[in-house]
Ligand binder design. Sequence first.
Ligand SMILES: Nc1nc2c(ncn2[C@@H]2O[C@H](COP(=O)(O)OP(=O)(O)OP(=O)(O)O)[C@@H](O)[C@H]2O)c(=O)[nH]1
Ligand SMILES: [Mg+2]
Length: 204
Amino acid sequence: MIIKNAKFMTSYASFKKDDGFNADEIAIAGKSNVGKSSFINYMTNYGGLAKTSSTPGKTKLINYFSVNNGEFMLVDLPGYGYAKVGEDEKRKWDKMIGDYLTKSENLKGVIVLVDVRHEPTALDKQMVAYLHHYHIPFFIVATKSDKLSKAQISKQKSVVANALSMGTSDILTVSSLKKEGKEAVLDKIENLLKFIPDIDEIEE
Ligand SMILES: Nc1nc2c(ncn2[C@@H]2O[C@H](COP(=O)(O)OP(=O)(O)OP(=O)(O)O)[C@@H](O)[C@H]2O)c(=O)[nH]1
Ligand SMILES: [Mg+2]
């Protein structure tokens, strides 16, 4: 899989059943400030495609980016677990994310981002449990690998894997800053796009 181009399409403040796009979608989920928007910029080679910020809570909408002229869409979700937003707004974001994940007909898989330096939080675990529950394929990307040494990264991969009850093969590490780790992510995206769920899962 090669990303040749990408384009911002639109933002929604709440989930729309018919988002107007007839393309497979790969969504990016994760805690506020974990590096979701930077990750999209790195994946698509566009520095300023998705707006990033050192202040958590930057992405407040569901943002759609079309990749390779509509081959698939990358969907940037608002971050969860941002302490400074009020309860009302938090509920609104949770509903937006939950509606999107359970109702989007084009969703082929989710990339859950966690910070490689930290043990996944209760909300990360909840997200993974949610994806399991709804049979939504996903894998984990541990971000900001430039902040750790190689030895620390391999140790943290085990910490993340254990916390999420997963094998380390479903946990990739990237640095959007140093531009490292893209190829393995693109391979996994390609697999998600190819995956056809079996009939039992569809009917459940
Ligand atoms: N060192 C380092 N910093 C990063 C990396 N990726 C993102 N950051 C920084 O982390 C901060 C948050 O990045 P964003 O991409 O805006 O994070 P987000 O997950 O989209 O945040 P919200 O939209 O608020 O949920 C910014 O200051 C980025 O520069 C990385 O790979 N390495
Ligand atoms: Mg963002």
